[in-house]
Design a binder for this molecule. Structure first.
Ligand SMILES: CC(C)(COP(=O)(O)OP(=O)(O)OC[C@H]1O[C@@H](n2cnc3c(N)ncnc32)[C@H](O)[C@@H]1OP(=O)(O)O)[C@@H](O)C(=O)NCCC(=O)NCCS
Length: 149
């Protein structure tokens, strides 16, 4: 399966996302697209997985902007909106997407944040480590994970 850069066709990736995720990216896309890339996995011509690589702080992470700047300066991408088609989950596609992105940028690190503890196992299995816990704008706890090149 091939990783494709879909930055120019971002809207077709956004269409596969849940409504609330769409609302937190589509209105900001014009402003973000110069510093953000979309990568997808295709299977028989259909989009099955994808995610975004940010090289600037996304709008939903502004409470973490100061710390984020340090990572961006070091060339780490922020990963967000990682999504696998519901009918295709638990078939390793999420891990494959991460592997392919790491392969494409062997000299860059990656960081991300999660609210759902269930995802801990997934990122640990994909060589990320938990480095911090922060409170987001809704004062909910979020965990920050990092992958070093
Ligand atoms: C999280 C996600 C990208 C994983 O992709 P995937 O292709 O199913 O993952 P893989 O097959 O590579 O790995 C499977 C592991 O992912 C985790 N996982 C899979 N589905 C999950 C779900 N619905 N919720 C939480 N974790 C899940 C589990 O740890 C699972 O391991 P296990 O089988 O030992 O329990 C996918 O489930 C998804 O799109 N979820 C909804 C969107 C989301 O939460 N994205 C992450 C944002 S940070």
């Amino acid at each position: 399966m091939e990783l494709k850069n879909y930055t120019e066709k971002a809207q077709s990736f956004f269409k596969m996302l849940p409504k609330d995720w769409q609302e937190s990216i589509i209105p900001f896309w014009e402003e973000l697209k110069a510093s953000t890339q979309v990568y997808v996995l295709m299977e028989n011509g259909a989009l099955v997985a994808g995610g975004l690589l940010f090289s600037k702080c996304p709008p939903d992470m502004l409470y973490y902007e100061k710390e984020a700047k340090v990572w961006f300066k070091k060339g780490y991408f922020y990963l967000g909106f990682i999504y696998v088609d519901e009918t295709k989950r638990n078939q390793n596609l999420g891990s494959l997407w991460l592997d392919k992105v790491k392969e494409l940028y062997p000299n860059n690190g990656f960081w991300l944040s999660i609210e759902d503890e269930k995802l801990h196992k997934f990122y640990i299995r994909n060589q990320f480590e938990k480095i911090a816990t922060v409170k987001n704008q809704d004062t909910l706890e979020e965990s920050i994970y990092i992958f070093n090149p």
